[in-house]
Design a protein around this ligand. Structure first.
Ligand code: 5RP
Length: 224
């Protein structure tokens, strides 16, 4: 798929998400906003409707900066009431709406904001749809001092962790990208990885799976 086709699909998904939430916006609405190129398209559309809602909670410094540049009010999660909608992209999406996220390294805050939201709407281009998760290397955020320990444990789980060198998360931590992981039961693997001391969060979103997926295609959008 060419880059421009993919970009058009992302825009389609982002615009369809905006259409979906538009009737529900009110002066009290707080939105959760994810991170990545597809979310950037959503923010680009959202700026046209900023008079219809109260504020946004961002899952990364990058998205917070983009929202602020459009004069959209950004608030801290601790200051937010229940978030009505969380809108974010994904790196892989299975038929059960379980995701792999974290390609951009924002997975921990993304999971937190998703958990604080009533409805998680995942937007993506069609290439993100998979039958089984795991071709995309699974991002795992770790405390820096635990990198080798976590890596050894991930090898025991059958993965091949590679340190994302020269990358620090917004939380001051590091990322291991786990290749070749056989993810038969996403919820089980998500919990097993979370149990390794030093792991902050991993990119499997099974417990925080999407409530609605909107995939952009060449003909329009698919929702499931
Ligand atoms: C960032 C993410 C992104 O949502 C994911 O990487 C998809 O990004 P894009 O919309 O650029 O394809 O999880 O941590």
């Amino acid at each position: 798929m060419s880059d421009s086709v993919k970009e058009n699909q992302k825009k389609r998904a982002a615009n369809a998400a905006m259409e979906t939430i538009l009737p529900h916006l009110s002066p009290n609405t707080v939105l959760g906003i994810g991170t990545g190129s597809t979310t950037d398209y959503f923010i680009d559309e959202l700026k046209n409707w900023k008079h219809l809602f109260d504020a946004a909670v961002a899952s990364s410094n990058r998205s917070s900066d983009l929202l602020t540049s459009y004069d959209i009010k950004v608030i801290n999660l601790n200051a937010a009431p229940l978030i009505d909608f969380y809108i974010d992209g994904a790196d892989e999406i299975n038929p059960d709406r379980v995701l792999i996220k974290g390609g951009g390294g924002a997975l921990t805050r993304e999971k937190i904001v998703a958990a604080a939201s009533e409805q998680f709407i995942c937007i993506a281009d069609d290439s993100k749809r998979v039958g089984r998760l795991g071709s995309f290397p699974l991002p795992v955020e770790v405390l820096p001092m635990s990198r080798s320990l976590v890596a050894r444990n991930l090898i025991e789980l059958g993965g091949r962790p590679i340190w994302r060198e020269a990358f620090e998360t917004d939380n001051g931590n590091w990322i291991l990208d786990v290749h070749d992981l056989f993810i038969e039961d996403p919820r089980e693997i998500e919990s097993k990885i979370n149990d390794i001391p030093g792991v902050v969060a991993n990119g499997i979103f099974a417990q925080q799976r999407a409530d609605l997926v909107i995939l952009g295609s060449n003909d329009g959008v698919t929702k499931f």
